[in-house]
Design a binder for this molecule. Structure first.
Ligand SMILES: Nc1ncnc2c1ncn2[C@@H]1O[C@H](COP(=O)(O)OP(=O)(O)O)[C@@H](O)[C@H]1O
Length: 217
């Protein structure tokens, strides 16, 4: 029997079947990246008390739809019935996680919704990310194939920093990269970032203080 015909996630052969299929869906570099994200997600899961097998599977499948080019991913989104705002239609590179989650749910209905959600959220994130979502998001940036000083500094924080802190550090790193590359930034990114910020303490001046202490020439 062809290994790829194993479609039940409860079957121990399911992961191997999807690995084989992924190797045909994406190029060799992207396949290696996916294996790296899967392994890194499993390690992060162990460190931060998350389900390791769910993390591995979400990491393995996060780039399931990365083989499509820009017109291809838009056609895929339409075929899957995703209702995309104009802004996202103009940013086809951010769509592959969202389409993958919907496509995988359709093809493998028994797949854990928590795994699908982590896949959907791995590119632009979301408010109220679960620990599994965060682990996959971080693993995407820190897998062994990624290099650079900032990546190394972030990697060194694994296990030292709390998961929430590490997630925000990686998120901030990605946003900086997008700005440095002069790429457009998805408008919800600010809203998502702000949702993780603590409520700011409001500074109140003493009664009778100069109302414009910083504004006077
Ligand atoms: N908030 C964002 N706004 C706009 N583009 C983004 C945002 N986050 C990620 N991207 C871009 O989406 C693309 C895919 O990112 P990602 O899914 O993290 O990579 P990969 O799937 O290759 O591991 C990249 O070009 C990245 O810069």
């Amino acid at each position: 029997m062809d290994a790829m015909t194993v479609t039940d996630p409860a079957d121990p052969a399911f992961v191997e079947a999807r690995r084989a299929e992924l190797a045909e869906r994406v190029g060799p570099r992207r396949y290696q990246h996916s294996l790296g994200v899967a392994d890194t997600a499993r390690e992060l899961a162990r460190t931060y008390g998350v389900d390791g097998e769910a993390a591995y599977l979400a990491g393995l499948l996060h780039d399931w739809d990365k083989g499509y080019d820009d017109p291809g991913i838009l056609a895929r989104a339409d075929e899957l019935g995703l209702d995309l705002p104009e802004e996202l239609r103009a940013m086809p590179r951010v769509l592959h996680g969202m389409t993958a989650a919907v496509a995988l749910a359709r093809e493998f209905p028994a797949l854990d919704p928590a795994v699908l959600q982590a896949i959907a959220r791995h590119t632009v994130g979301e408010k109220a990310m679960t620990s599994l979502d965060k682990v996959v998001y971080i693993a995407d940036a820190l897998e062994p194939g990624r290099s650079g000083k900032t990546v190394e500094r972030l990697r060194a924080r694994v296990g030292e920093a709390a998961l929430d802190e590490l997630f925000l550090d990686v998120y901030a790193y990605w946003v900086r990269l997008i700005l440095e590359r002069r790429h457009p930034l998805y408008s919800r990114t600010t809203e998502i970032w702000n949702s993780y910020m603590p409520v700011q303490e409001v500074f109140r001046a003493a009664p009778g203080a100069d109302p414009m202490p910083y504004g006077r020439p």
